[in-house]
Design a protein around this ligand. Structure first.
Ligand SMILES: *[C@@H]1O[C@H](CO)[C@@H](O)[C@H](O)[C@H]1NC(C)=O
Ligand SMILES: *[C@@H]1O[C@H](CO)[C@@H](O)[C@H](O)[C@H]1NC(C)=O
Ligand SMILES: *[C@@H]1O[C@H](CO)[C@@H](O)[C@H](O)[C@H]1NC(C)=O
Ligand SMILES: *[C@@H]1O[C@H](CO)[C@@H](O)[C@H](O)[C@H]1NC(C)=O
Ligand SMILES: *[C@H]1O[C@@H](CO)[C@H](O)[C@@H](O)[C@@H]1NC(C)=O
Length: 576
């Protein structure tokens, strides 16, 4: 197993960043592949293998994540890791803090197994800021019998600006699994306060094949009672992990506090489907009077539904940031290189860049955009404008190192005459992109970027659009094609794709932003209406050997009206 393995042995540290939704499948896989040396489990230990390590994405010193929160000028990020490595009952809430969500400082774990109600696991949960500015965490604990219990924890010292220590009162668990499947009830959400002054949370679960978001109510945050009806459920969707439920304003980009209610808003319910390992959300109406969430008819309520990200993105969670009045979404992207069992690389998994999330003006979907703080890492800009890309042509964006970069481009699509005919049977964008990859010639498109490309393009990841002509509208497909991203085939490099809900005949242009970071590409189409994240592992297109191209493989010429690209500096990342 060559050099990668020996480097791991030399450094003797294994890092795994996985999702915060602790599934049985994960336990099996991860447990089997872990080798960690307890005497070296020190947060200051540097990372082992820098190949493919991302430069500006959140990579905790180890393991996976829990609820983000903002308190008193500081962003807190909790993520899960196993300090004893081989023993998977010991998942703790590791803790990092930041003032900008870009530069991170790692602290001691905030919550770890120590009591009968969490001795076999301190799993995922969420933070809520109670009135009077006091933060509280609800998390899933696992007892010796394997029951999934919901517990509460409070900061020990509110004057500590970093809230380092957390106390778990002995009256835990606050919710014992009664009338539910005790091995499938986890990941409590941030709580919201109803007009009746009772708190509510929802918890992910299943009843046979039916995915469930159970609802619990409490007057004092300590005594919780299960509501007769779940907040929502959907048949044949399997276990719902990491549910997230929050209001969005009908107009503008401002976020709303999780407890906001009344006119002028809608709600979003997001679930992570263990069955598909993708996340889906619906936009709908929350009826406070009977605590029911009803998705709008425009939101399919199953695995054909809307996705926050059509790529490698799971276990996401949002929180309300009162400092900048925005709702922030954060998701996890796992490893999928050929060492996918995480024994050879020494680290695994990243967080996507935090994104501001708001309701689109069409009220049918949400829109996401990387937090503005990321722009503080930009340097060495290149600027290109009014450059035509003729049919079958491409050009290179030169002048910056593009292995760690932020690229924003606007494509003018003045003629749609040669658009390919749409086939209504194409209901699955990912499959369509698998058929119509970047090298498959089209009419209007494929056009877009080739990122992390080698000089002669043996390796490249294509990020592109393709426009089809349907009966009385145009259909826009956005696609990630990483099938040529590495000379050596990887474990998991599917094409990923989503449709873009715009009227391109009217806009006559479409924007694309891609965040490139060594082994991750995060793309935002049409201002963030469709987002796709991929993990890729080039063997040639590394560091200064990574190239960036703009291409057009359609019959119709297109124009780059504007392209801005920046190198991205490395921030402070948990001491590594
Ligand atoms: C709880 O942990 C102990 C020791 O870590 C282990 O032996 C036991 O099997 C675990 N129980 C369950 C239900 O996972
Ligand atoms: C609480 O934190 C503050 C600020 O760090 C510190 O000055 C104080 O001593 C702490 N109090 C206790 C009881 O630890
Ligand atoms: C309860 O959940 C576990 C874990 O997901 C599952 O294996 C089991 O089949 C579920 N039981 C029922 C009755 O649905
Ligand atoms: C996992 O690791 C083992 C041991 O290093 C290796 O033989 C196997 O091929 C790896 N599996 C994958 C999927 O990379
Ligand atoms: C990420 O890893 C790949 C390869 O092991 C799996 O196929 C995916 O299911 C997995 N994604 C998630 C969300 O767990």
């Amino acid at each position: 197993m060559g050099t990668l393995t020996s480097r791991v042995w030399t450094a003797m540290l294994l890092v795994v960043l996985l999702n915060w939704c602790f599934t049985e499948r994960n336990i099996g896989v991860v447990d089997a592949s872990h080798v960690v040396y307890p005497h070296l489990q020190n947060l200051q230990v540097p990372f082992v293998n820098p190949l493919w390590r991302t430069g500006y994405h959140f990579q905790p010193p180890r393991n996976w994540m829990n609820g983000p929160m903002y308190y008193n000028g500081v962003y807190h990020f909790f993520y899960q890791y196993n300090p004893k490595g081989a023993v998977w009952g010991n998942i703790v809430w590791a803790h990092s803090v930041s003032v900008d969500m870009i530069n991170w400082k790692a602290l001691e774990p905030a919550i770890y197994p120590s009591k009968p109600f969490d001795i076999n696991g301190t799993w995922s949960g969420s933070a809520t800021i109670l009135p009077g500015d006091s933060p509280v965490i609800l998390y899933t604990g696992v007892d010796r019998a394997g029951n999934q219990l919901q517990n509460i924890a409070f900061p020990k010292n509110l004057s500590d600006p970093y809230l380092r220590e957390w106390i778990k009162p002995d009256y835990n668990p606050i919710i014992f699994p009664v009338g539910v499947n005790a091995s499938a009830i986890r990941d409590p959400t941030t709580a919201w306060l109803g007009p009746d002054k009772h708190w509510r949370i929802t918890i992910g679960s299943r009843r046979a094949r039916r995915g469930m978001a159970y609802l619990y109510r409490s007057r004092d945050f300590v005594h919780w009672i299960k509501a007769k009806h779940p907040l929502h459920s959907s048949k044949d969707t399997g276990m719902w992990e990491c549910p997230d439920f929050f209001p969005v304003a009908l107009e503008g980009k401002k976020g709303l506090d999780t407890s906001a209610y009344g006119e002028g808003l809608k709600h979003v319910l997001k679930v992570s489907l263990d069955a598909t390992r993708f996340e889906y959300y619906t936009v709908g109406k929350y009826h406070h009077d009977h605590d029911k969430y009803v998705p709008d008819v425009t939101s399919p309520d199953d695995s054909t539904g809307l996705r926050l990200d059509y790529g490698n993105f799971y276990a996401s969670k949002t929180f309300y940031d009162p400092a900048k009045q925005r709702r922030i979404l954060w998701g996890w992207s796992n490893e999928s290189d050929r060492a996918a069992n995480e024994t050879t690389k020494g680290w695994s998994g990243i967080q996507a860049i935090p994104r501001v999330l708001w309701l689109d003006s069409n009220h049918r979907q949400v829109v996401q955009w990387p937090i503005e703080e990321l722009e503080s890492l930009r340097k060495n800009k290149v600027y290109i404008h009014d450059k035509e890309v003729k049919t079958g042509h491409y050009f290179e964006v030169k002048g910056i190192q593009t292995s760690q970069a932020d690229v924003e481009v606007m494509f003018d699509v003045s003629s749609l005459e040669k658009a390919e005919a749409w086939n209504p049977a194409w209901t699955n964008p990912q499959e369509l992109c698998g058929i119509k990859k970047a090298e498959v010639k089209g009419g209007v498109g494929p056009f877009g970027l080739l990122v992390l490309a080698s000089a002669r393009m043996e390796e490249k990841t294509a990020v592109f659009f393709r426009v089809f002509k349907a009966q009385n509208k145009h259909v826009v497909l956005m696609c990630h094609d990483p099938t040529r991203s590495a000379l050596v085939p990887n474990v998991y490099e599917p094409t990923f794709a989503g449709f873009v809900d715009i009227n391109i005949a009217k806009t006559k242009k479409i924007s694309l932003r891609s965040l490139i970071d060594n082994s991750v590409v995060e793309s935002f189409g049409a201002g963030g209406k469709t987002c796709i994240t991929s993990r890729v592992y080039p063997t040639l297109a590394i560091g200064s050997d990574a190239h960036l191209f703009v291409f057009n493989n359609g019959l119709e010429n297109i124009k780059v009206s504007e392209l801005k690209a920046w190198e991205i500096r490395k921030p402070l990342m948990n001491g590594s």
